[in-house]
Design a binder for this molecule. Structure first.
Ligand code: FES
Length: 201
């Protein structure tokens, strides 16, 4: 198959089913693996790509290595079992590039990431939320983000605890918080402990 050439074509036009879909944002043109279906649009500061692929997550890690500026700060999330991979890089306080790919039936939306890519600077709370694919709008409703991998805020965790969820494991089952990299687990444990202390005896 010949890769796409910058024309917006629906995947169905190729008569091929793809297991993964996603997008990439980059200040420079990207070279994709053979057999990737891609389309490109010009956006402020660079290019946006829509991607459809049957490649495995490992292949997309290699694409990310090639497409991003060496030495740039990086945030990364990978869920091997679902074939979900999200990576973003930052230079001088701005979003320099992003690659989001995941199961075709739950393709990530690029709206929030594109807006951040086109911004001169992104705020800390936006950066923490970025890998969840959210922009940071509505953060007041979710509260500060506790689990960056899934964009889960303190308000959602407290609401779960008051509605009967009783442990870090149950928070993971209900909200997915804490079930990827695990770096939020100490904070989750502290929140659960605080909630127990606050319960009337
Ligand atoms: S921050 Fe990675 S699982 Fe919560």
């Amino acid at each position: 198959m010949t890769p796409g050439a910058g024309i917006l074509l629906p995947a169905a036009a190729w008569g091929v089913e793809f297991t993964s879909r996603g997008f990439a944002l980059s200040s420079r043109p990207i070279v994709f693996p053979q057999d990737t279906l891609w389309t490109r649009v010009t956006i402020a500061g660079g290019f946006g790509y829509f991607i459809a692929s049957n490649d495995r997550l490992l292949v997309w890690r290699e694409v990310a290595e090639r497409m991003f500026t060496a030495g740039a700060e990086r945030a990364e999330y990978a869920e091997e079992a679902r074939g979900a991979y999200r990576v973003a890089t930052f230079i001088d306080g701005r979003l320099d590039g992003a690659l989001f790919i995941g199961p075709a039936e739950a393709a990530p939306s690029w709206d929030a990431l594109r807006a951040l890519f086109e911004s001169e600077k992104i705020e800390d709370h936006q950066r923490r939320l970025l890998l969840s694919g959210k922009s940071g709008e509505g953060l007041a409703a979710t509260g500060p983000i506790v689990c960056a991998c899934f964009g889960v805020g303190l308000a959602a965790i407290r609401a779960a605890l008051t509605s009967g969820v009783g442990s870090v494991e149950e928070i993971g089952k209900t909200l997915r918080a804490g079930t990827n990299c695990g770096s939020c687990l100490p904070e989750l444990k502290r929140i659960v402990a605080d909630e127990r202390t606050a319960q009337p005896v």
